[in-house]
Design a binder for this molecule. Structure first.
Ligand code: A2P
Length: 268
């Protein structure tokens, strides 16, 4: 009887799948990536997020995570910080291949191609782990069908934090499905705020003073042709939103596509 009660008490709730971890890669003391099997019924659009977690005693502990793999991939990929006292990430950082994680059944989000009106250049502006949804979008062929140029920006504090993005871009360019089309269209522009780097400083400042565009010989933002997706900390979202709106961009959503979008799921 005791066994039966226990198994009832720890059963995951109906709104999550249980998925087996396939790979785990630690990038720094505070960053890691993992993949897990994709539940057969899980459908999502590249750029969306889903609730991810672990059982914590009898209860699930879940947080919103961008899916870092494209919609066509057989596995689900995630990129996470490790917060020493964080209720979930302090546990999640210890997962190993073969362990089970919980995956919510309803992926959603605004960093999707359909939330933007048609344009020519797509800017994917990220800081820190905010690059995750763009790791999905840059591997989706539809991104390149819709845009002439795809400019992924990634700003971190120190250079080891750029490695994940560099790996993903390399994988994209080598991918049999999207590599050929991405080679001519995808640009990866990195900046660092606390280490020496060819482009140094916050992306907001680099956009405002023009150094970002000068760095790769591009025209400044033009809301008639450019579209922007933004993912990072709350401060980055707010500051980038202000910059976009000051230049005539209009925030879009799934119901009403616009010329820029931000993801607020991770705020707070
Ligand atoms: P900084 O080093 O000047 O704080 P974090 O690791 O804290 O999430 O930060 C990731 C990157 O985002 C860092 O390079 C950080 O720069 C930058 N950043 C933090 N806040 C903002 C903001 N409000 N606008 C632009 N960039 C920011």
């Amino acid at each position: 009887m005791a066994d039966q009660q226990e198994s009832i008490a720890i059963a995951p709730p109906a709104n999550v799948h249980v998925a087996r971890v396939a790979t785990v890669k630690h990038y720094t003391d505070s960053l890691f990536a993992f993949t897990c099997e994709r539940p057969a019924s899980l459908r999502f659009r590249s750029g969306e997020f889903v609730m991810i977690g672990l059982m914590n005693g009898p209860k699930p502990l879940l947080r919103a995570y961008s899916i870092a793999s494209p919609a066509w991939a057989e596995e689900l990929a995630f990129y996470s910080i490790k917060v020493p006292a964080g209720p979930l990430t302090s546990q999640l950082q210890n997962i190993k291949p073969g362990d089970e994680v919980l995956v919510g059944k309803k992926p959603t989000g605004t960093l999707v191609l359909d939330a933007l009106t048609p344009g020519k250049r797509l800017f994917l502006v990220s800081t820190g782990t905010g690059i995750a949804p763009f790791a999905s979008l840059i591997r989706d062929p539809e991104t390149y069908e819709r845009y002439d140029e795809v400019i992924l920006t990634h700003t971190c504090r120190t250079s080891p934090e750029l490695v994940y993005g560099a790996d993903i871009v390399d994988e994209t360019l080598a991918d049999p499905l999207v590599g050929e089309i991405a080679v001519g269209k995808l640009r990866h522009i990195t900046s660092l705020t606390r280490d020496a780097h060819p482009l140094q400083g916050r992306i907001t400042r680099l956009i405002e003073d023009g150094a970002f565009f000068a760095h790769f010989g591009a025209a400044p933002f033009n809301p008639a042709e450019d579209r922007i997706m933004i993912c990072g900390s709350v401060g980055v979202l707010n500051d980038m939103k202000e910059i976009a709106e000051a230049r005539g961009f209009v925030e879009g959503s799934n119901n009403e596509p616009g010329t820029f979008v931000v993801e607020r799921a991770f705020a707070g």
